[in-house]
Design a protein around this ligand. Structure first.
Ligand code: AMP
Length: 631
């Protein structure tokens, strides 16, 4: 195949979506065939495979039993606890059924929500699969998020049950989970009735609420050997909610369907990740992020692969650990973030050469811009092709990819995340007019609805917010905004140039400015704060906070430290500001809107744009003065 052939593959997905997607859907098991491939009677909402019935857990587990019952489904490696474990598809089936039986015993049924707040351990994946088996809706909350953040998600999802662990470990230090859960439950208005705890034996002092907390090992014993039939659900039945941050308001619950997601993921394993059933995939991410949902759990399992589940850092016990895993398990396809590779690049190159990584064909990187030196370093030291791909929590699978059918031999162009993925009708439009821009011109990347299978179906519990947030950015035709700047070359290659809103991306993790500002403003000595993302060599961006202290407050090192700490405590350590600067006022428009982009420009030593709407120009001067390149 060639680029020309891929173009016609893509064109067909847009012009004949029914035929195209029903062919892709043949790779998924259905209990009942759909009535309509695409129901777009209520734009911009779309229902893929309407009337069809399927189940993600059936597709990820049950359907492989006959052909691959003895194949390893999950290989678990923890360099934190030293544990390694393997589960065949048959063993996975037993574990998931026991977990599903336990949850059912606690009253979890179709449509009920379950929050999973866990470190990277196999039980977290059993729990996710058990939920979808029952038709329940899981919401995994990243284990690095603090109690306050967890409480917000609990109140939005109103779960029946919360599943957690006693503790996780990071870099050899114990991270206690259960006390955080207790704190979150105390702070929430809709605490779940029961908390299931997977006790790993790390935290012997773990607090227990006798009436509410249940030890999973007891439940597992009680339900061992039980088989719970997979609940067939209509294709658009929600499979999960995953919260993500935006510029305004509380985190949004990205709601995913069932059938469309299954089809998109299975087809992506073949067409984007160029993998085969029976092969091994290692996605070094966390189940708390969308990459973990899609490419640690659902896609590789539904496709019949072996998925590596890794708990630990990329540099411990030494920076060769990932390549050792590649060698030990014969990994064929790997997926991680540019930040992780940049962390490895700082280390002695000898670690790259110590292991035989010849089984590896492609290294996929996503989540943040991939810089050329990192890409070149990885491909040269590993002898693999590095494949940039671009997507969002909202889409669930890639929007742009540098590997697609026909592009195997196309040169990888550094800085480009690749071509439009089939199913996505992309438009590059002017920020204000919504008119399409030409090749080489900068625009906001938009998707002409309906969104393809696999993408979010709505914001959990708030259809209006879905439309208002994503489909109301441009005048004229209704378009989904990615809120990312991009350019496109004549040949169809896209280059992503950062967010058009104020979202901050630290090490591939998305953080909302508003949440950080709210946390800082809760500090008793703070009058006001602005948070912006500032370029960083390793993490892509770091958080910089410009803070107006209360008049009586001493602006000094102590206050700086306690501001950093309050953010870490309220949101999680990934949001901890790297830079805190004190100023007398923040620059705002006459209508009182913070001029975050101007602040960000100054913080990065760039010129500010048009400032005709500014209320108080002196405030900008102050920001400039507070930003000597002194980091
Ligand atoms: P998240 O929803 O947390 O995965 O964050 C999605 C955002 O990460 C996108 O809107 C982009 O701003 C950024 N992003 C993801 N992948 C890439 C990539 N390959 N290149 C540049 N930016 C990316």
């Amino acid at each position: 195949m060639s680029l020309e052939e891929y173009r016609s593959f893509h064109r067909r997905s847009i012009e004949e979506p029914e035929a195209f997607w029903s062919e892709q859907a043949a790779a998924v098991d259905w209990n009942r065939r759909w009535d309509e491939v695409r129901d777009y009677s209520r734009p911009p909402f779309v229902r893929w495979f309407a009337g069809g019935e399927t189940n993600l857990c059936h597709n990820a587990v049950d359907r492989h039993l006959q052909e691959r019952g003895e194949q390893t489904a999950l290989a678990y490696v923890s360099t934190e606890t030293g544990e390694r474990a393997e589960y065949t598809y048959r063993e996975l089936y037993a574990e998931v059924n026991a977990f599903a039986a336990a949850l059912r015993g606690l009253g979890v049924g179709k449509g009920e929500r379950v929050i999973i707040y866990m470190p990277m351990m196999p039980e977290a994946i059993f729990a996710m699969l058990a939920c979808v088996r029952l038709g329940a809706i899981h919401s995994v909350v990243f284990g690095g998020f603090a109690a306050h953040n967890l409480a917000k998600r609990i109140d939005d999802a109103k779960p029946k049950v919360l599943i957690t662990a006693d503790a996780g470990m990071r870099g050899g230090s114990v991270v206690r989970y259960k006390p955080l859960v207790d704190e979150a439950l105390d702070a929430s208005r809709h605490p779940p009735e029961k908390v299931v705890v997977c006790h790993r034996g790390i935290d012997e002092e773990m607090p227990v609420d006798e009436g509410r907390d249940l030890d999973y090992s007891g439940l597992r014993q009680e339900h061992a050997g039980e088989e719970i039939p997979a609940e067939w659900v209509e294709s658009s039945h929600p499979s999960y909610i995953l919260y993500t941050s935006g510029t305004t308001g509380p985190p949004k619950g990205v709601q995913r369907d069932t059938g469309g997601y299954a089809v998109a993921l299975v087809s992506s394993m073949k067409h984007i990740f160029a993998s085969e059933p029976g092969e091994t995939m290692f996605t070094a991410s966390d189940i708390g992020w969308v990459v973990g949902h899609s490419y640690i759990v659902y896609a590789p399992l539904m496709y019949g692969m072996t998925s590596i589940v890794y708990e630990g850092l990329p540099i411990r016990p030494d920076p060769g650990i990932w390549w050792k895993i590649v060698e030990d398990y014969g990994v064929n396809t790997m997926f991680t973030s540019p930040t992780a590779i940049r962390a490895l690049r700082k280390q002695d190159p000898k670690y790259m050469r110590e292991h035989n990584t010849s089984s590896l064909r492609n290294l996929f990187l996503a989540g943040e811009p991939l810089d050329e030196p990192t890409s070149r370093w990885a491909s040269e030291s590993l002898g693999v092709t590095v494949r940039d791909n671009y997507w969002q929590t909202e889409t669930g699978w890639p929007i742009l990819s540098s590997l697609l059918p026909g592009l195997e031999d196309e040169p990888v162009v550094p800085g480009s995340a690749g071509f439009a993925v089939y199913g996505y009708d992309l438009k590059l439009v002017h920020e204000e007019s919504g008119e399409e821009v030409g090749p080489g011109e900068r625009g906001v990347l938009a998707i002409k609805p309906p969104l393809p299978p696999g993408c979010m179906s709505t914001v959990w519990g708030d259809d209006k917010r879905f439309v208002d947030t994503y489909f109301s950015d441009f005048p004229g035709d209704e378009l989904y905004s990615t809120f990312d700047w991009a350019t496109r070359r004549e040949d169809g290659r896209y280059f992503i140039m950062g967010r058009s809103d104020d979202v901050i991306n630290v090490a591939g993790h998305r953080l909302g400015t508003r949440e950080i500002e709210e946390a800082i403003s809760d500090h008793p000595d703070v009058a006001e704060a602005a948070a912006v993302g500032v370029k960083d060599e390793y993490k892509g961006q770091v958080v910089a906070a410009y803070v107006v202290p209360k008049e009586s407050a001493p602006a000094g090192e102590e206050l700086e430290e306690s501001i950093k700490e309050i953010v870490a405590q309220r949101i999680g350590r990934i949001a901890r500001p790297e830079i805190v600067r004190f100023v007398g006022a923040l620059p705002k428009t006459r209508s009182g809107k913070l001029l975050r982009r101007s602040i960000q420009a100054l913080a990065e030593g760039r010129e500010t744009g048009d400032l005709s709407t500014i209320e108080d120009p002196a405030a900008l001067e102050e920001i400039k003065a507070a930003t000597p390149q002194s980091r």
